[in-house]
Design a protein. Structure first.
Length: 219
């Protein structure tokens, strides 16, 4: 890392700088704090998006005037709250979660945030639920933060079900630093990058674990 910084002139932000920026630009109110802390309290994996990434998701949805959004991977509802707050009053976020316990915790957090009418959590295997959702589109945005082996399938679904100008967003596309490893999961994630670049206007934002941002052509 030090050698990379000296060659490029880039100085990577220390954790205390990131924390400062989170507090200033992506501060938590009560419902956000409860949802962010819920995984630890409920014995769930703490794999939600970071505060600034969550704020960015909502910011991007606001920029495109999103009204109908699909989220793949709910966990405790933190990212769902961030995104739903960016939607208009008649907006609708459908969040898909495979684990019934996670879905239950998420629904409680979403209700406490006053967003129960705007967010629907559906439980089941994502590909099966997406098959049912295909008739309800097109959608303005799809956010993927679920099983990494499935990202190609989710990206292809987004390609077929996003409106022109709609957004595909995907977290953890650096695969926890293992994107270039010689494993089936890493190979699948690289294929997701390549397919997204071919199908969309795309960029990989260098967040701590990579956020893919792709725009459906034609809008």
């Amino acid at each position: 890392m030090a050698d990379d910084q000296s060659r490029t002139g880039i100085r990577y932000a220390a954790p205390d700088i990131v924390s400062f920026c989170d507090r200033v630009h992506a501060a938590h109110d009560g419902p956000l704090r409860e949802a962010f802390e819920a995984p630890a309290a409920a014995g769930m994996p703490p794999i939600m998006v970071a505060p600034s990434e969550g704020k960015l998701l909502g910011f991007l949805l606001g920029l495109i005037g999103a009204r109908r959004v699909v989220e793949i991977g709910t966990l405790a509802g933190y990212s769902a709250i961030r995104m739903a707050r960016a939607l208009p009053p008649d907006g609708h976020l459908i969040s898909l979660e495979v684990d019934p316990k996670h879905a239950s915790v998420a629904r409680q957090n979403i209700e406490r945030a006053g967003l129960g009418e705007r967010v629907e959590v559906r439980v089941g295997q994502a590909l099966s639920l997406l098959g049912e959702l295909a008739g309800e589109g097109p959608f303005d945005a799809v956010f993927v933060d679920a099983d990494k082996e499935g990202y190609c399938d989710y990206g292809r679904w987004a390609r077929d079900n996003l409106r022109p100008g709609g957004l595909l967003l995907a977290d953890n596309v650096y695969l926890f630093g293992n994107l270039l490893a010689d494993t089936p999961t890493a190979e699948a994630m690289r294929r997701f990058h390549e397919e997204s670049a071919a199908a969309f206007e795309s960029v990989c934002v260098p967040t701590p674990d990579g956020l893919l941002l792709a725009r459906q052509r034609g809008g």
